[in-house]
Each structure stands twice: as C-alpha cells, then as structure tokens.
Design a protein around this ligand. Sequence first.
Ligand code: NDP
Length: 331
Amino acid sequence: AKEPVRVLVTGAAGQIGYALVPMIARGVMLGPDQPVILHMLDIPPAAEALNGVKMELVDAASPLLKGVVATTDVVEACTGVNIAVMVGGFPRKEGMERKDVMSKNVSIYKSQASALEQHAAPNCKVLVVANPANTNALILKEFAPSIPAKNITALTRLDHNRALGQISERLNVQVCDVKNVIIWGNHSSTQYPDVNHATVKTPSGEKPVRELVKDDAWLNGEFITTVQQRGAAIIKARKLSSALSAASSACDHIRDWVLGTPEGTWVSMGVYSDGSYNVPAGVIYSFPVTCKNGEWTIVQGLAIDDLSRKKLDITGAELCEEKELAYSCLS
Ligand code: NDP
C-alpha cells in the first residue's frame, strides 16, 4: 500500500475549504489509490467551525483518509506536509483600499512562508489560492528561500477551466474535447484568456477553435470578458463567491502537477517567471505548462500576435505594480 501524502489546506473552515477537503479525502486531487492525511489550518475565531468540518470528515468515512489534523497552530499545520493548498486569506471588505487588503495578506503569507520552510516535508509543493493569489505566492517564495521557486505556484486553473467551459458551450461540444486554451498573467481582471492555440477534437480530427467558432469579434471580445468576469457573475447569482469550482480546479492543478498532463495537452499555472515570452521575470505569472515527473515546464515557441502581445504586457505590468505595492506594505 502507498504511504499517505500529507495535504495542508489553510482557511479550511471557509467556503472553498469546505468544498475542497472532501474532494481531497475522496481521491479527486491525488487519485483513487493514494491515501491522504489532511492538515487543516484556520484562525482562532474559526476554530469551532473547523472542528465541525473535522467531525464531518470523520462521518464521511472515506477509506483514503488516514488522519485529520485540525489546528489553529501554523507550525503544527505545516509539519511534514507534502502539498500545501493556501486558501486562507483576508477578504476584501467594503470600503477597504486595495493596499489595506494587500498589507493584511502579505503579512499572512510572509509568516506562513517561514512555517512552511521550516516544517514542511522536503520538496513540498505549494499552491496559493487566496487573493491576490499571484502576489501572495510571490511573497511566500521570497520569504521561504530554501523552498525551490519551482515548487511555489498560484491558481489560474479555474480561469483556464472557465475558458474551456465557454468554448464548449458555444460550440456545443464536450468540454473534454476542448484543450490548450491559455490563461496568461495575473488571476485578476487583467488576465488574458487566449484561444489562439486551442483545439477541439472532432470526428474529422483536431480543429483550431478559431476555425470552428468563425467569430473573431466574439473570441476577442465577449469570450474574454465573460471569462474575466465569471467570478463576479457567480457572486451575483449565488450571493456567495465560487467555491465548488475553485476547489475542483485546485484539485486539477495539483493532480496534473503531480501525476502529469496528458500527451499533447497543456494547462495554465501561475509560476515564477523566467521572462519567457518577454514577460517580466521575477513575478508569478500564469503560463501554459506541461507537467511530467512532478515538474512543470513552460510551453515554448507559441506564436504571439499583436493583440495578444498587448494583453500579455498589460497583465505583466499589473503584476509588477502589485509586487511593488506588496514590498511597500512590508517595509
Ligand atoms: P473563500 O473560501 O471563499 O475564499 C478564500 C480565498 O480564496 C479568498 O482570498 C478568495 O479571494 C480566494 N479565491 C481565489 N479564487 C477564488 C475564486 N475563484 N472564487 C472565490 N474565491 C477565490 O473565503 P472564506 O472567507 O469563506 O474563507 C476564508 C478562510 O480563511 C476562513 O476560514 C478564515 O477564517 C480564513 N482566514 C485565514 C487567515 C489566516 O490564515 N491568517 C486570515 C483571514 C482569514 P476573494 O477574497 O478575492 O474572494
């Protein structure tokens, strides 16, 4: 039998956490033959609710779940974890300035970086979900210098999956037959959902999305804004932010990272930029990546047209600005 993998979820008593932990316990993240031990962290005001989630996990009686640690102690939470999904964060409340939210989150991610660096298992893989996800991940990276930069990532898979969903609805095809969309840049409204390299499996072979949709105005306009603003549309409909889809895409992100992407398919991940595609280096930027043997590689050599170039630069500039703001909060 396989050794259990220890998976940390921070903010585990929150909305996304509540959707995510049962998925992990059921094998959605690491596969149906991989036992797991869940480490759940939340802050003291949420301790009682967190204990309630632990009770429900016991009641769910998943055969894969070999243990649950539910704690408000960050060291206990981080000890020995192989995978860390960082969902906990300070929400933007009405009337708060962007800088105030940034300041709160930057200090959370700075302190959690140290705890992970000192107590997580070697080669721990980290996924940051809490907003501003890319910049929180960057701060975590900067303050955990002994964790390799390649192990620290931010979630843009939800945006990627939203793009796949929009194309599949538009063409009335199965979502599993659509692939290779790209989310470039920041997990924010400046993100660029790019379909220039996306394809659909049809009875007569793989066809480019652009050829099948035949409506560039839609692809360059409404499609992009729908993906960018999908989060807001869900809040409007549900009166709560997207939680099940965020949780499910976090599982997709980790699963593909650990188990590999299918041949000929790439996915979008926020990773530490090396300046590929002439985007800024030294920020966490979402790129198309393939994964193999537990490591991601940026897909190289894709053609970038003029419209795309502008959009890659806009979202890159926003990330540089966020980085500066984050550092100004720390000093
Ligand atoms: P959610 O579980 O709904 O969201 C958690 C974080 O994920 C937020 O930062 C949210 O950003 C972000 N997020 C990223 N992508 C998405 C998406 N597509 N849809 C929705 N959210 C997204 O928040 P809750 O308030 O329910 O839970 C947060 C938990 O974190 C609570 O249990 C709280 O106690 C804990 N917490 C921990 C702190 C710490 O560790 N020190 C500090 C503060 C809270 P956005 O706000 O932009 O929606």
